[in-house]
Design a protein around this ligand. Sequence first.
Ligand SMILES: Nc1ncnc2c1ncn2[C@@H]1O[C@H](COP(=O)(O)OP(=O)(O)OP(=O)(O)O)[C@@H](O)[C@H]1O
Ligand SMILES: [Mg+2]
Length: 250
Amino acid sequence: MAEIIVLRNLNKVYGEIVKTEVLKKISYGFEQGKFTAIIGPSGSGKSTLLNIIGLLERPTSGQLIIDGQDFSEGEVNDYSEYRNKNIGFIFQFHYLLPEFTVIENVLLPVWIKSGRPDEKILKKAMELMAAINLAHLKNKYPNEISGGEQQRTAIARALINSPKIVLADEPTGNLDRETGFAVLEVMTKMIQELGTTLIMVTHDREIALRAERIVELVDGQICRSFMVKEQGKDKVKQLLEERSCVFSEG
Ligand SMILES: Nc1ncnc2c1ncn2[C@@H]1O[C@H](COP(=O)(O)OP(=O)(O)OP(=O)(O)O)[C@@H](O)[C@H]1O
Ligand SMILES: [Mg+2]
């Protein structure tokens, strides 16, 4: 299986005088078309790693390769075009624009990428929204719909340009459990259909167990990773519950 995102000895240090090493020698290959969950305690570097992969932040050192292209050296601004075209983001708080309707929010990345949406993309937006049971809300404003509906709008927005990669940071974190699982269901289904590579940060082990790969970060390092199907879901669940996380190096 091809690796669409490759990290080699990735480091991130915050601060000039007081230096905090947030990511330490991260090496990992994310496989194309797979759903990988990143888990780990608060402050372990999950969001930082996701932001670096999403070209929103720069690594301090190390290599980042996406789809064969080396992104290790440039600045965040150099990559905005690539990012808009190839990467969809879903965050915990979905940052819908309140003065725009649901469909206008969904179409936002289209405006950014190529200006006024044409008939074809409008049709696609409607199909996407129908698939996640959002079509009837298209002319509502974010404050007129529920949290789960807002989050589904954010998912449609992340998928509208058919990005190769979708990055999600606790996308179900502010939803109740039932709605969270419903949103996850919709998301994984769409992503499977489109062959999208999904990387999702989550605190929730039950959610992580829906992924094909799990990477556990502790203190800025990958302390272990799992192949859920190959190892067996029950086995992985048990290993996660044992909580012992032994570093393979360093
Ligand atoms: N801009 C920044 N400047 C300095 N330190 C930062 C900055 N952003 C994050 N950190 C620190 O880096 C560490 C990792 O942060 P990060 O947000 O990646 O953790 P996380 O695993 O996503 O945590 P959580 O589960 O709470 O969201 C934390 O100790 C945090 O305080
Ligand atoms: Mg975080």
